[in-house]
Design a protein around this ligand. Structure first.
Ligand SMILES: Nc1ncnc2c1ncn2[C@@H]1O[C@H](COP(=O)(O)OP(=O)(O)O)[C@@H](O)[C@H]1O
Ligand SMILES: [Mg+2]
Length: 340
């Protein structure tokens, strides 16, 4: 049984059409011409309980809009969503009692209150049993290192501190699902790592299903087995990062230090991308020849001192997907990603 089922989800915003010049502006005021922005444009996916999913895409891709619909903050223009048995925007009050949500761009805490008072307020709002609140707070204080700023008003917190306080707040009522919208945005490397560790801990120890949006590939690479890549409101990929590499990854490279200055270091099945004296960089297509076959061919002709295989850069792979919109060339991959 999936915990989230999204079918052909759409969200269109009407944005006033910009017309040039004074008369254009006047005309758009009078006629109220609108241009639809397809923020989410026909997305479908299912998520199983306990998964930790990365929802990756560039700015403006439609990530936040998706999360706002899934958390009941926005009503979609079309399609169906079922989360934990609820239609989020229909039964919002009962629904939000079972989920947690953190939006990197804004806090859900009270701006002028010390952190601890915000948390106490949430205890009453969610009617969290005293013992559960005490245990959760103790655990999160330690894991998120909240003690240094528990008595500081939220408005005076650093971005990283605020994020930790917000994440704590979203989990006090033991939600089954946690939605994180850009939880590491604007944080330095250390703060990012601390948040990632905590997310991993919550997912593994409590079995909480986590969906996190990010435009930061390193979040996904470090945390998530499954990644969904969205661009311009459409899902371009849904599967494991490794499968992404396999399917769209560029050439692999074999860097070899030869024992001699061989004038021609060429072999069948690879091309020489770069040569610097005895160091030769071969490029080869993963589908056509394996690294060990290539090494065999090279060592049959030349003496090798040392070698290293370089994997294609995943960041470059994803950039290529955005740029080339491989979706259009290969057709949708949904349902055929082999993900389980
Ligand atoms: N309230 C809104 N009104 C009009 N356009 C919006 C609104 N919210 C988002 N958009 C547009 O929808 C697209 C997707 O936005 P968003 O979901 O915030 O992207 P992301 O979170 O991936 O950066 C963008 O083009 C954005 O400008
Ligand atoms: Mg966003």
């Amino acid at each position: 049984m999936s915990i989230i089922k999204v079918t052909n989800l759409q969200k269109y915003f009407k944005v006033a059409k910009h017309q040039r010049g004074l008369w254009g502006s006047l005309r758009s005021l009078i006629t109220r011409e609108y241009e639809p922005v397809r923020a989410v444009d026909g997305i479908s996916f299912e998520i199983q309980p306990g998964e930790l999913i990365g929802y990756l895409g560039p700015n403006g891709a439609g990530k936040s809009t998706t999360i706002k619909i899934l958390t009941g903050l926005l009503v979609p223009s079309g399609g169906e969503v079922l989360v934990n048995g609820y239609v989020p925007w229909r039964e919002r009050r009962r629904y939000v009692a079972r989920i947690g949500a953190v939006f990197g761009q804004r806090t859900t805490l009270w701006w002028d209150l010390p952190v601890i008072e915000s948390l106490d307020l949430l205890k009453h709002i969610y009617q969290i049993p005293a013992e559960q609140y005490r245990r959760n707070l103790a655990e999160f204080r330690e894991l998120l290192q909240l003690d240094a700023f528990l008595n500081t008003p939220v408005r005076s917190l650093s971005l990283g501190q605020r994020m930790r306080a917000d994440i704590c707040a979203a989990l006090l009522h033991n939600p089954d699902l946690l939605f994180l919208d850009e939880p590491t945005i604007g944080l330095d490397v250390v703060a990012k790592e601390r948040i990632r560790q905590f997310i991993r801990h919550i997912n593994q120890e409590r079995g909480t299903t986590v969906i996190l949006t990010t435009h930061d590939l390193s979040d996904v690479a470090k945390l998530c087995r499954r990644v969904m890549i969205i661009d311009r409101g459409q899902l371009l990929f849904d599967g494991r990062l490794g499968a992404l590499q396999h399917r769209f990854g560029g050439r692999r490279e074999l860097v070899v230090d030869l024992a001699d200055d061989y004038p021609h270091a060429g072999v069948d099945g690879a091309r020489i991308a770069h040569r610097d004296g005895q160091r030769v960089t071969y490029q080869f297509e993963p589908g056509h020849i394996t690294a060990s076959e290539l090494i065999g061919r090279i060592s049959a002709r030349y003496r090798i001192l040392d070698l290293a295989v370089r994997e294609p850069d995943i960041e470059a792979t994803i950039r290529r997907i955005y740029e080339e919109r491989l979706l259009e060339k290969t057709g949708p991959m949904l349902g055929s990603n082999g993900y389980r």
